[in-house]
Design a protein around this ligand. Structure first.
Ligand code: AMP
Ligand code: DBH
Length: 553
């Protein structure tokens, strides 16, 4: 129920909430209601295309299915405010389900299909989710069995909802998402219009790629999330005649809401949603549907550039704007985007916690190629501070702090994490930046113990905690190492006692047994006599990273 959630949410100060409404940042209209209003304007336009299944839905059909899904969710026993973990790959089903959940005020906890037992169990416990919603088999992982196992350990998970072929006792997602009978359409519409939630309520939960072992959930309210999307739309210059390609996992804030799928829905434009970013598969899709905009991580942008450079396809003629973000885009890669892909680059430095920075399409080339942009809203506040939270001199490097109308004031029900990451209402992402006189930010690195593996954030501490269970490991440190494609990958440095060796495959088996997502597994292990320590007896990650870089060069 909604009331139960409130205790876990840190709200903005009341006077600021009022100011955000008065300034028009917060419209007091829910996300679902706004998408339905757009659909009423353009009922016959195509809203979603899923080239992998061939499904195409107009705005009217999408909304009808969403209302039908909402009714079926309530019939299953869900109540407004209940949570369900959604770990679907990129399919049209995701979009129908998301809108259906918005209509029923059942809150999606947006997880990844690559998450495994460990992540999902912790998420289920942290969110109190009543259901796990996934595809039957994704890249060799059977989510039906995974769901069964999860239910044993996370008692809140009453329902497993599966796209494909569910096991006995599990619910078929297709039954949930099927179109309503014609006679049901109007009554369903009336019913869920009447249940439209206040925009101050949570719309969904995003995951933070946090620094601690505990997954951090970010509650995004209708008011703040709609504004996130609309401010992104304006800066991305995405229009109703454009076509958005969702090809990075849409559970991520970037392809979902910056402006992403939700942006396309809110302007009445087409979304093409597909699972593989492989250029061999995706380039023909771009050509077929006339894709104009998409959002990628640098590693995927690199693969597109390499492919196009070799093949000189004519597939990208309609592509106008390529957003790249999630991890630092090397300047040397940025420079190639326009020449090779024929699209304008927009660098995006954002976070599920809120603040989104973008370069502007009208910026000089040098700004677009060498900076990560500036805040998308005039109400975003950014400070660059030293280790004592004092502002650094203009232009100097420091850690970024931010607050604003779409940057929540705390994680969900996580006082300890909040004490670390929020300072007097300012969110500290741990990114080290400098701000240029023109306001653009350049990301130099980070003061947080994560590995950014092609946009997926991995907590070093989390991985280390599992390594200590391996027999003979007396000290373990996980650090980033350079990877030519992913830019960063996971390296494990260990001190061993009573054994000489530790192999990658042993560690992988070990982490698999704990159900840790594969993308977090170390790709390289270095055995040392002594892991360097700081004066206060903590692992010296900085010198360890330098050591690893030297070892591998
Ligand atoms: P999360 O909090 O999991 O949403 O991840 C957000 C983090 O991703 C930021 O705090 C940055 O560390 C990183 N990030 C996102 N975009 C960029 C970018 N364009 N350049 C460098 N780092 C980025
Ligand atoms: O990495 C991210 O989380 C991210 C990247 C770009 C993000 O949340 C965003 C834009 O909004």
């Amino acid at each position: 129920m909604m009331e139960d959630l409130e205790a876990g949410i840190t709200r903005w100060p009341a006077e600021l909430e009022k100011a955000y409404v008065e300034a028009g940042y917060w419209e007091n209209r829910s996300l679902g209601e706004q998408i339905f209003a757009v659909a009423d304007q353009f009922p016959d336009r195509i809203a979603v295309i899923d080239p992998d299944t061939g499904l195409e839905l107009t705005f009217a059909q999408l909304c009808q299915r969403a209302d039908a899904a909402a009714a079926r969710l309530l019939a299953l026993g869900f109540q407004p405010g209940d949570r369900a973990i959604v770990a679907l790959p990129n399919t049209a089903s995701f979009v129908i389900l998301l809108l259906g959940m918005l209509r029923a005020s059942v809150l999606p906890v947006l997880a990844l299909p690559s998450h495994r037992h460990f992540e999902l169990k912790t998420l289920a416990i942290a969110s109190g989710a009543r259901a796990y919603i996934a595809s039957d088999v994704v890249r060799g992982c059977d989510h039906r069995d995974l769901g069964k196992r999860l239910q044993e350990e996370a008692p809140s998970l009453e329902m497993i909802i599966i796209e494909g072929e569910p096991l006995a006792g599990q619910i078929d997602l297709m039954d949930l998402l099927a179109p309503p009978k014609p006679a049901e359409i109007e009554p369903l519409r009336k019913r869920f219009d009447a249940l439209d939630p206040p925009a101050s309520q949570p719309a969904l939960f995003l995951l933070s790629g946090g620094t601690t072992g505990v997954p951090k959930l970010i509650v995004r309210t209708h008011n703040d999330y709609v504004y996130n999307v609309k401010a992104s739309l304006a800066v991305n210059e995405f229009l109703e005649t454009d076509v958005f390609l969702a090809v990075m996992p849409v559970s991520h804030n970037f392809p979902l809401a910056c402006p992403g799928v939700l942006g396309a829905l809110l302007v009445g434009a087409k979304t093409v949603i597909t699972a593989s970013p492989n250029p061999v598969k995706v380039f023909p899709i771009i050509a077929k549907y006339g894709v104009t905009h998409t959002a990628l991580v640098p590693a995927v942008a690199q693969s597109w550039i390499d492919y196009q450079h070799l093949n000189h396809t004519k597939d990208l003629i309609t592509l106008e704007t390529l957003q790249v973000g999630g991890s630092r885009m090397p300047d040397s890669l940025a420079i190639k985007v326009n020449g090779v892909l024929g699209a304008h680059l927009q660098q995006v430095f954002g976070m599920a916690e809120g603040l989104v920075n973008m370069t502007r399409l009208t910026d000089p080339e040098v700004v677009i190629n060498t900076t990560q942009g500036r805040p998308i809203s005039p109400a975003d506040e950014v400070r660059v501070v030293d280790e004592n939270y004092k502002d650094v001199a203009p232009g100097a490097e420091g850690e970024i702090l931010t607050r604003g109308p779409y940057t929540p004031r705390g994680y969900f029900a996580a006082p300890e994490a909040n004490a670390k990451s929020f300072h007097d209402g300012w969110y500290g992402s741990g990114d080290v930046v400098h701000r240029r006189p023109d306001g653009n930010l350049v990301v130099h690195g980070r003061n947080k113990d994560i590995i950014n593996r092609s946009g997926e954030k991995i907590s070093a501490e989390e991985v280390e905690s599992f390594i200590y269970y391996i027999e003979g490991v007396s000290r373990a440190a996980v650090v980033a190492m350079h990877h030519p494609i992913l830019h960063e990958d996971v390296c494990l440095v260990v001190e061993l006692t009573g054994r000489q060796e530790l192999t990658v495959s042993e560690v992988t088996d070990h982490l698999d047994a704990f159900g840790v997502a594969r993308f977090k597994h170390p790709a390289k292990i270095i055995v040392v006599d002594h892991i360097p320590m700081t004066k206060i007896d903590k692992i010296d990650k900085k010198s360890l990273r330098d050591f690893v870089a030297k070892q591998l060069s």
